[in-house]
Design a protein around this ligand. Structure first.
Ligand code: ATP
Length: 252
């Protein structure tokens, strides 16, 4: 295992309420990691600690140690804008900007100074849309609004937008929950294609999806990490009773 991100003894509080208790986990560079668990167990909260999205919630407080390639992402010297480019995020509901398809993808590389000129920028946009599996569908209408695309296309546009700034890690928070089965299958295929190039962490409610897309699975319950291991072991031979109860549908 090549560790890309490492979290140690992480706690998250919303005001006085503790949402995550003492979670330690390593995220593999080359594999897809799934976070599963019943509603409210803290999957999204923990995911958001990995690129400091919790900073945007006034009541949220994070303690513990989280590292990206060994670098403390909560260090005062860490540039959070830069961090969120390195650790990109795709949300539950596709959220393209109300701008053209081209601009949705070009925005990040432009503000991060990743393209020297217009030609360069157009290349980055094309490469990102290709990598997100959307290019063929949109290449003739790049100036149309991103919000006019179908839900599944919008989600792939959001993935292209994350890819455009050349991230190292992509966090996906239930990326298919607003999509139909065909659009969902397309995103799952895409996750397979992106694996290896980016470390990927996906939160999902859907255990079949976790089993299909991930190689590592973390099971959360009541704000704690109950079990973390190879996806095949978690689903066929869990060590913890609570994991077994969850995957056999006894609760959740
Ligand atoms: N902004 C917030 N302010 C206060 N409490 C919050 C906030 N966000 C989440 N929580 C609480 O933290 C706990 C964990 O929530 P979180 O959304 O991380 O769980 P989850 O496992 O992702 O759930 P779901 O699958 O339903 O999205 C819950 O009790 C939730 O009510």
């Amino acid at each position: 295992m090549t560790i890309k991100m490492s979290a140690k003894n992480v706690n998250v509080f919303y005001g006085t309420k503790q949402a995550i208790t003492d979670v330690s986990i390593d995220v593999d560079q080359d594999e897809v990691t799934a976070f599963i668990g019943p509603s409210g167990c803290g999957k999204s909260t923990f995911l958001r600690t990995l690129n400091r999205m919790n900073d945007t919630v006034a009541s949220a407080k994070v303690t513990g140690d989280i590292r990206l390639d060994g670098e403390d992402i909560y260090a005062p010297s860490m540039d959070v804008v830069q961090l969120r480019a390195r650790v990109g995020m795709v949300f539950q509901k596709p959220n393209p900007f109300p701008k053209s398809i081209f601009e949705n993808v070009a925005y990040g590389p432009r503000i991060h100074g990743l393209a020297a000129n217009k030609t360069d920028l157009a290349e980055v946009v094309e490469k990102s849309l290709k990598r997100a599996g959307l290019w063929e569908e949109v290449k003739d209408r790049l100036s149309e609004s991103g919000t006019a695309l179908s839900g599944g296309q919008q989600q792939r546009l959001c993935i292209a937008r994350a890819i455009a700034v050349d991230p190292e890690v992509i966090l996906m928070d239930e990326p298919c929950s607003a999509l139909d089965p065909i659009a969902t299958a397309r995103i799952e295929e895409l996750i397979h294609e992106l694996k290896g190039r980016y470390a990927i962490v996906i939160v999902t409610h859907n255990m079949q999806q976790a089993a299909r897309v991930s190689q590592r699975t973390a099971f959360f319950h009541l704000g704690t990490l109950v079990e973390y291991g190879n996806t095949s072991d978690i689903f066929t031979n869990p060590r913890q009773e609570r994991t077994k109860d969850y995957i056999t549908g006894r609760y959740g």
